[in-house]
Design a protein around this ligand. Sequence first.
Ligand SMILES: CC(C)(COP(=O)(O)OP(=O)(O)OC[C@H]1O[C@@H](n2cnc3c(N)ncnc32)[C@H](O)[C@@H]1OP(=O)(O)O)[C@@H](O)C(=O)NCCC(=O)NCCS
Length: 170
Amino acid sequence: MHTKKPQDTFVMMSELVLPNDTNTLGNLMGGKLMHWMDIAAAIASQKHCNCPVVTVSVDNVSFTQPIQLGNLLTIEAKLTRSFSTSMEVYLRVWGEDLTAQYKYLSNEAYMTFVALDNHGKPRKVPELIPETDLEKTMFDGALRRRQLRLILGGKMKTEDAGELRALFIK
Ligand SMILES: CC(C)(COP(=O)(O)OP(=O)(O)OC[C@H]1O[C@@H](n2cnc3c(N)ncnc32)[C@H](O)[C@@H]1OP(=O)(O)O)[C@@H](O)C(=O)NCCC(=O)NCCS
């Protein structure tokens, strides 16, 4: 299986926020945004493993700044690390007022996807090799984030989360 680089998985997706996408305050609805984020992250994952994927986990999403009706929304998604059958994707969401020429970060999130074989069972994915310093930092952090997710999901015991525990216990 060929190794891949984070840049091989990069996805940029834009949408114009239309009336049907907004709440009564004229801001993009959170659920609509998460729908688009899910799609962008699934594409990034599929660029890595070249097979069907499913969302297995979404980390907390904080909506720092609302995206208003008529603004442009741009989602950037890129893999930070692949494990055995799962892949962590980092997403950044930008809003942009094209008239005022003002661009702002709306939120960031991590999502995890699992690659599936023809029987719908998890299948192995290629190794991801980080290149830049930032990609290497995110690659290292992905191990701890995965341990936290698996503990919260009841799939790992705290005593098995060595790298995560090391942050708190010297
Ligand atoms: C994802 C799914 C295929 C995993 O099947 P499973 O039999 O539980 O498989 P495993 O326990 O071996 O887990 C497979 C991978 O998922 C990872 N995983 C499982 N639960 C996880 C969680 N809560 N957070 C992060 N990763 C998780 C495991 O670590 C493993 O990754 P690895 O092989 O890289 O170590 C299965 O749970 C499923 O189909 N879930 C529904 C997915 C879906 O419908 N998504 C859309 C939701 S609307």
